[in-house]
Design a protein. Structure first.
Length: 651
């Protein structure tokens, strides 16, 4: 049962005779932030007062008079200017939590109308090492897939691997002209990654050298404009706003010049890189030519592609195995390559695409930039591949909903993609860009190594496991008799380390940036996976100490007694599990579930500190508290599993 929705449904009936549109008002009914205000609070009386021309408290009383909720709640109370406070009946909570204790799904019913949902997540480029930026898409997408499945939907998790794009042209060019044979023989994937980075660095340098004069000219023009406007502005408010806009433009122009200078300096200060750049002029065009040849079916480039791809995929899969990530499909860009010409032809036939400056583009109303589906040299684009992918997912996979778990900086691309797909006729599916922010360092900039390189995901995992092992060792060594063997410690460290990485990412609102912090990530207190995992292990320890088999607890009944405020709060938190699941799926935000986990773990901590289990006042109360402990352990295990996080019975 979703308690929040149940309360809102009762209010919907009560309000339907008062207003025509109740939906916005129902959103103002939420769990109370403070227990002294009850369990739920409705705040709609104040905004509704203007609409109905009556005082808020009178509006609140009108709603209460029409509200049929006595089977769930104590009589509603009006507080302050018109807040409606609701407290669930203790007997209702006790009955529901007793039923939940005997339910493998913890009271969560499968959806009555399951949907076919495709979740596009992770999607790294092959021959480029996965880095910390790939972590967000991977763990957010995995959590969404797991939660959708738990809710009863039909889910296809698709890893849309970049195995056919411009990076392969760079790799092929680098392999032919810049490779280190000994390094390639020793570690082919590592050498291909080095070659990609090298060609990309030289391309960026040469392009930046070409662009720098234009950037400097733009900055100079804006400086002159700013000086002239500062003299002419005076006290005119409109002119002051325009002046502020010019200042922002100038600051952005200065940043662009500074960044360009740093890019140029990074090569010109390195004699080896500078010499390579001089030896390979126009390297970006040359690499692009290799991509065009590959896409056109060139035999040698296709041979190299087929040689490189398997080992690159194997390197990616090693990381996925360490993270415990699985996919239903891994159809890379190459799978859709044979379909791209037909996509462009279809767009032309439907008069959606037309020639513009030699390229084939879709022009969407409201978007200044065109959506390019074929370049002037005949090459197709990511947009073309994405359209072919949508067509496959709609026609073959019969998707009703397609989610793209991708960096928020790609939002404009997805707006154009979804608009084009809809105009093209893909109207049976709902599309959503599940956008996320950037992993930042403590300096407030994107998280990098000390040398300025992007942090590799494999090295990040290694560091997490190393730090987690120290935590596990210290904890076990503090015991009079250590409980874990060396192998068991390694297993627990893996559970703690991987769980810490995932939870630290997921407990932030996905569209916000967050600061990567090792100490907070693996802390044994606070809102961390480690805290939840230790809470689970502590509960398992209770049952070990009492020599009780948890699976036999409810064989004689699962009646739970709520004798203290702590028991009541814990029971209510456990009953909010379905509400948290629905909240996560409402806009695909895993932090809704992590918030519930932390609040529930906090409620259990207070219950455990103040309510004796072993020395309870009666046999019935002891049994009741044991059932609550077991239910809490199951809730932790299930909730964390939906986030892709494991638990251990001994830590």
């Amino acid at each position: 049962m979703n308690l929040l929705n149940t309360v809102r449904d009762r209010f919907a009936t009560a309000l339907s005779g008062m207003v025509t549109d109740v939906a916005p008002l129902l959103e103002m009914i939420r769990p109370a932030q403070d227990a002294k205000f009850g369990d739920f609070q409705a705040n709609f009386a104040m905004p509704l007062a203007k609409q109905l021309g009556k005082p808020p408290r009178e509006i609140a009383q009108m709603a209460i008079d029409r509200l049929q909720i006595s089977d769930l709640c104590e009589p509603a109370e009006i507080a302050g200017p018109g807040f409606i406070n609701l407290r669930l009946r203790d007997e209702f909570i006790a009955r529901r939590i007793s039923q939940t204790a005997g339910d493998d799904r913890l009271g969560v019913l499968p959806v009555s109308a399951p949907r076919n949902v495709v979740v596009d997540f992770s999607g790294p480029n092959v021959a480029k090492p996965m880095h910390v930026g790939h972590l967000r898409s991977t763990v957010i997408g995995d959590a969404i897939c797991k939660t959708l499945r738990f809710a009863g939907h039909h889910v296809t998790g698709d890893n849309h691997i970049g195995d056919w794009g411009t990076q392969f042209g760079m790799i092929i060019y680098g392999y032919r002209h810049l490779r280190d044979d000994a390094a390639f023989a020793d570690n082919s994937v590592g050498e291909l990654a080095r070659l990609y980075k090298l060609v990309n660095t030289l391309s960026d340098y040469q392009n930046t050298v070409t662009k720098l004069p234009g950037l400097e000219e733009t900055a100079a023009t804006l400086r002159t404009q700013l000086t002239e406007q500062e003299v002419a502005t005076g006290t005119d408010e409109k002119a002051k706003k325009q002046l502020g806009a010019v200042r922002k433009q100038l600051a952005a122009a200065h940043d662009a010049v500074k960044t360009a200078g740093e890019t140029i300096s990074s090569v010109e200060s390195n004699p080896v890189l500078l010499k390579l750049s001089q030896s390979h002029p126009g390297i970006a065009r040359l690499a692009r030519d290799e991509t065009v040849k590959l896409h056109a079916g060139d035999a040698e480039n296709n041979r190299l592609w087929n040689e490189f791809l398997p080992e690159c995929l194997e390197a990616l899969n090693r990381i996925y195995q360490r993270l415990g990530i699985e996919f239903d499909l891994e159809l890379g860009e190459s799978y859709y390559n044979p379909m791209l010409a037909d996509v462009v032809a279809s767009l032309k036939i439907k008069s959606l695409a037309r020639e513009s400056a030699g390229a084939t583009c879709v022009f969407i109303e409201g978007n200044a930039a065109p959506f390019i589906v074929q370049k002037t040299d005949g090459a197709f684009t990511y947009a073309t591949t994405d359209l072919a992918t949508i067509q496959y997912r709609c026609d073959t996979l019969k998707a009703a909903e397609i989610l793209y778990v991708v960096d928020k900086r790609q939002s404009e691309h997805f707006q154009q993609l979804f608009a084009t797909a809809t105009l093209w006729g893909m109207t049976n599916a709902r599309f959503q860009h599940v956008a996320f922010g950037t992993v930042m360092g403590k300096d407030g900039k994107p998280y990098k190594t000390r040398s300025g390189d992007t942090v590799g995901l494999e090295s990040l995992i290694d560091e997490a496991l190393s730090r987690a092992r120290r935590i596990v060792d210290e904890n076990d060594d503090r015991r009079e008799m250590p409980m874990l063997s060396s192998d068991e410690r390694a297993t627990v460290a893996e559970i703690v380390g991987i769980g810490g990485i995932k939870y630290a990412d997921l407990h932030h609102s996905r569209d916000s940036d967050y600061i990567f912090d090792w100490d907070k990530m693996l802390a044994t207190t606070g809102d961390t996976a480690t805290y939840m995992q230790y809470a689970y292990a502590r509960i398992c320890g209770i049952f070990r100490k009492l020599d009780i088999e948890r699976n036999t607890l409810t064989s004689g009944g699962s009646t739970i007694l709520l004798m203290t405020p702590e028991e009541r709060r814990l029971a209510l938190q456990l009953l909010m599990f379905e509400t948290s699941i629905d909240g996560l799926l409402q806009d695909y935000r895993p932090h809704v579930l992590t918030s519930w986990l932390f609040e529930t773990a906090d409620a259990f901590s207070k219950f455990y500190d103040r309510c004796s289990v072993q020395d309870a006042e009666s046999k019935e109360l002891r049994h009741s508290r044991l059932i609550l402990c077991d239910l809490m352990a199951r809730a932790l295990r299930t909730g964390l599993a939906l986030l892709g996080i494991q638990v251990a019975e001994v830590m």
